[in-house]
Design a protein around this ligand. Structure first.
Ligand code: SF4
Ligand code: SF4
Length: 198
């Protein structure tokens, strides 16, 4: 009969020799492999006591940044939500009231801003899309939990603290090159933003 696939193997029910039946060569072979690995440098670490150093471009938990005066930079434009391939971001926009200038940098702000960390794939596209330098991915890990609802991070977890000493450092990501890319007047997506700076 013709075989259905070229990958099929004919099983051979060969009788084991006396030495093979002792299993000693197989056991010694296994021990040799174990001993080889025993004296090699360990590739595992005892997390969480021991932590690996992250690459400068590691993409972890997001932060919504404040400006130098402590006002929230996000203007609820929705570009991050549009760019998000996992549809993990939702927000509700609100209008800033007189007297709230110290809280929100622009006339519009996000009264609700949520990221579903179970949907997020940490691609960083929200960061790239943001014209206001408001959202960044950081080197912080998202906490583990048993309750799914706890993975929906609202502003309480995303907006950085008002206290200047407790602000989240994103200097490694907020580089001159990224700023130039986002403000270069030659790119169509920057035209509106550069106009608003004048
Ligand atoms: S990192 Fe990617 S998947 Fe996560 S919220 Fe941002 S755009 Fe969406
Ligand atoms: S793109 Fe930036 S400014 Fe716009 S809603 Fe997202 S975080 Fe806020």
């Amino acid at each position: 009969m013709q075989a259905l696939t070229t990958r099929s193997k004919v099983a051979v029910n060969k009788k084991m020799t006396f030495v093979e039946r002792l299993y000693i060569p197989a056991i010694l072979g296994g021990l040799r492999i174990t001993l080889n690995h025993f004296f090699k440098k360990k590739v595992t670490i005892s997390y969480p006591e021991e932590k690996r150093e992250f690459a400068p471009v590691f993409r972890g938990q997001h932060v919504l940044k404040r400006d130098e005066n402590g006002a929230e930079r996000c203007t609820a434009c929705g570009l991050c939500a549009v760019a998000c391939p996992a549809e993990a971001i939702t927000m509700v926009a609100a209008e800033r009231k007189p007297g709230e200038e110290n809280l929100y940098r622009e006339e519009k702000y996000a009264s609700v801003y949520e990221i579903n960390m179970l949907r997020c794939i940490f691609c960083g596209l929200c960061e790239e899309a943001c014209p206001k330098e408001a959202i960044f991915l950081t080197d912080r890990m998202v906490d583990t939990d048993y309750v799914r609802n706890n993975f929906i991070y609202g502003k309480d977890k995303l907006v950085e603290p008002m206290d200047k000493d407790k602000r989240i450092d994103v200097s490694k990501r907020e580089t001159t090159e990224t700023r130039e890319f986002k403000t270069h007047p030659g790119y169509a997506h920057n035209k509106l933003y550069t106009k608003s700076l004048k």
